[in-house]
Design a protein around this ligand. Structure first.
Ligand SMILES: NC(=O)c1ccc[n+]([C@@H]2O[C@H](COP(=O)([O-])OP(=O)(O)OC[C@H]3O[C@@H](n4cnc5c(N)ncnc54)[C@H](O)[C@@H]3O)[C@@H](O)[C@H]2O)c1
Ligand SMILES: [Zn+2]
Length: 366
């Protein structure tokens, strides 16, 4: 088992390993205390894993209940959030009790927001079950729900007491969902860790690896969480270096919007990373080999590396990105593998970078 300590305002521990669901009761008892546990999960994950988690919590002395909502991003909404709060109140939970988020990023975000606000904040534990939730959303303390006008528009920073990542759960994840999570894995290696990048070049994080070598998967996930840990510890509220985590996201979010969210987030981030790297090559900010290696690593993980949308379409979509302030946008520019730089770029220049990034080989000098 790997143990990582996250050093934020409220420090907590991330455990990565196998057979952890069966032991979660004791872990939660030690980290959170309290006497009642509300397990929040979605229909897919609940059917697979709510029973062992509940059993373990009850063995550790918790009175438990399970709140299940319909799986899918379209349910990361106020109605779901309110239903969780009503359930918590119905079970007479206090601030000393614990909400356990069992699922992917959607469950973690909405259950986390409920925990952040129930009685002005109750105990919270993350049990991430998707690759994306393990390597990204369960660490960092961001919680949110969506509004009709956009994703993640309402939320709070709320750290869990502990994160329990049982990599055995990944076996039941849909192949597409697994691949999508790899978008953030490639991103982490590019922004902060050339050594990890090289390791992934040799042995990509694939479903085949999951079936062949679960301990290697646990190791790679731990390495990823360690990168996110280092970045968020340095910058809990996203004032500076945390923005590095947005590499590939400015264009990625635009691709997501242009595809009407049919393309997965990780796939769009992969497209965004390659586009940004290509733009950097064409403006002399990085060597072509940097872009080529990012593109090859994304492809080795089954991720797409280009899209058919025009620069105008992408730019129009990017203008809606909430990360933008005024007439400029913060972009993460890859100068090398493991070394990226944040630059505040005027929107007009951003538009040119998008065009340079997505134009096909030959139409612009590479
Ligand atoms: N809080 C943050 O810092 C942060 C960071 C990145 C993303 N997010 C959010 O995370 C969400 C995306 O997360 P996601 O990709 O995990 O989506 P998700 O939670 O919708 O999970 C994807 C699908 O996989 C299913 N699933 C999850 N684990 C499974 C398992 N072990 N076996 C079988 N099926 C399983 C889910 O039921 C769902 O259908 C978005 O809402 C995004 O905004 C948050
Ligand atoms: Zn992302």
């Amino acid at each position: 088992m790997y143990t990582l300590d996250i050093d934020t305002e409220r420090p907590y521990r991330v455990l990565i390993g196998t057979l952890l669901l069966e032991q979660c009761g004791e872990i939660v008892r030690e980290a959170s205390g309290g006497s009642r546990a509300l397990i929040v999960t979605d229909t897919n994950v609940g059917a697979l894993y709510a029973a062992p988690v509940r059993r373990s919590l009850e063995e550790a002395g918790y009175e438990t209940s399970v709140h299940v909502f319909e799986a899918g991003e379209e349910h990361k909404r106020a109605e779901t959030y309110l239903a969780i709060l009503e359930d918590a109140a119905r079970h007479e939970m206090t601030r000393g009790d614990v909400i356990v988020a069992l699922g992917g990023g959607v469950v973690g975000d909405v259950a986390g927001f409920a925990a952040a606000t129930y009685m002005r904040g109750c105990h919270f534990v993350q049990v991430p079950t998707s690759l994306l939730a393990m390597v990204d959303s369960s660490v960092g303390g961001k919680t949110a729900i969506d509004l009709a006008c956009g994703k993640n528009l309402v939320g709070a920073f709320w750290q869990p007491d502990v994160v329990i990542a049982d990599v055995g759960c990944l076996a039941t994840l849909e192949p597409d969902q697994f691949i999508d999570g790899c978008g953030e894995v490639v991103k982490h290696a590019v922004i902060a860790d050339e050594e990890l990048f090289c390791e992934l070049e040799k042995t990509p994080l694939t479903r085949e690896l999951l079936l062949a070598d679960l301990s290697r998967v646990a190791y790679l996930i731990a390495r990823n969480i360690d990168i996110k840990r280092a970045v968020v510890s340095a910058d809990e509220r996203e004032a500076g270096v945390r923005k590095l985590l947005n590499f590939g996201h400015s264009i990625g979010h635009a691709v997501e919007a242009c595809s009407d969210f049919r393309l997965g987030h990780g796939a769009c981030v992969a497209i965004g990373m390659v586009a940004m790297a290509t733009a950097c090559v064409r403006t002399g900010l990085c060597e072509p080999s940097v872009r080529d290696r990012i593109r090859a690593l994304a492809a080795a993980h089954g991720l797409p590396t280009s899209c058919d949308f025009t620069a105008d379409e992408l730019y129009a979509a990017a203008l809606h990105d909430k990360k933008r302030s005024g007439d400029a946008i913060d972009l993460v520019l890859p100068e090398g593998i493991g070394t990226c730089r944040i630059a505040n770029v005027p929107l007009l220049e951003f538009k040119q970078l998008i065009a340079l990034g997505i134009e096909t080989e030959g139409s612009v000098e590479a």
